[in-house]
Design a protein around this ligand. Structure first.
Ligand code: PXL
Length: 262
């Protein structure tokens, strides 16, 4: 008998240019050997140059998509991406209340070009409703600063912000940051802090890098990796995908998603 691949679900927005959003998530799941499915929250009109438009889907139809998927497929891990507004966050949280698998929350706020993809007043809702349901929250340093209203300039700042984020309810946080010439990521949970350091990649071929990272972590969790190993192997995957990305489009190119063995 052919064994079924583990199933991972992304609850996220669409990027029609394929570099970020649910398209990046599904490609990442597939590349890492996981069967991917998606619940769409919002549509963007977008390319490598920026976000030209955004439309929310009706929240009750997001709920319908969830019911269709969750009632049929054995979802083993879930990530959330762009959610857009407070009503959508409440709807997605009500779905996740029913889930019994690992949940990764990527608190997407702005695009690489600086376009807001969440309402300002939705950030409180994200914290209040989704953080307590999360096994991992994956903000970049900009998002982390917004979430806890504290600047991130040093490693001490990262430790402080990580502990404030943990106090909001997630089991673990991964803050992605750059300090000087290094990419310094801080993974924190109840057992303490782990630093993940690598030379900073001076590339602008990074469209969707945050989506790919959280999707890769989710794919690894769906395959029963523990959290630390899931984060580490996902990071290696993303760094390689940035280093080997070809130029595509006139703006910020997407990553090149490669199977580990190639
Ligand atoms: O990269 C974050 C992101 C996630 N999801 C969608 C997006 C973006 C950035 O633009 O458009 C749909």
């Amino acid at each position: 008998m052919i064994p079924a691949a583990p199933v991972a679900l992304t609850i996220a927005g669409s990027d029609p240019s394929g570099g970020a959003g649910l398209q990046a998530d599904l490609k990442t799941f597939h590349t890492l050997g996981v069967y991917g499915c998606s619940v769409v929250t919002l549509l963007t009109a977008q390319n490598t140059l920026g976000v030209q438009g955004l439309k929310m889907l009706p929240a009750d139809f997001v709920r319908s998509q969830w019911t269709s998927v969750a009632s049929d497929l054995p979802v083993a891990a879930i990530k959330t991406g762009a959610l857009g507004n407070a009503e959508m966050i409440e709807t997605v949280a009500a779905c996740l209340d029913e889930a019994s698998c690992p949940v990764v929350i990527d608190p997407v706020m702005i695009s690489k070009h600086g376009h807001a993809i969440i309402d300002d007043d939705a950030i409180e809702k994200l914290i209040e409703r989704l953080f307590p349901l999360a096994d991992l929250v994956t903000p970049n340093s900009f998002e982390a600063e917004r979430l806890v209203d504290h600047t991130v300039r040093t490693e001490e700042d990262l430790v402080h912000v990580a502990s404030k984020l943990l106090s909001l309810g997630p089991k673990a946080v991964l803050i992605k940051s750059h300090l000087g010439d290094e990419s310094v990521d801080c993974l924190a949970d109840a057992s303490g802090v782990q630093w993940l350091r690598s030379p900073r990649l001076k590339s602008n071929r990074t469209h969707g890098s945050g989506c790919v990272l959280s999707a890769a972590i989710t794919a690894n969790l769906a395959q029963d990796e523990n959290l630390h190993s899931a984060v580490q192997t996902a990071q290696t995957f993303v760094h390689k995908a940035i280093r080997t990305a070809p130029k595509l489009g006139e703006g910020i190119s997407p990553l090149r998603l490669l199977n580990q063995s190639t």
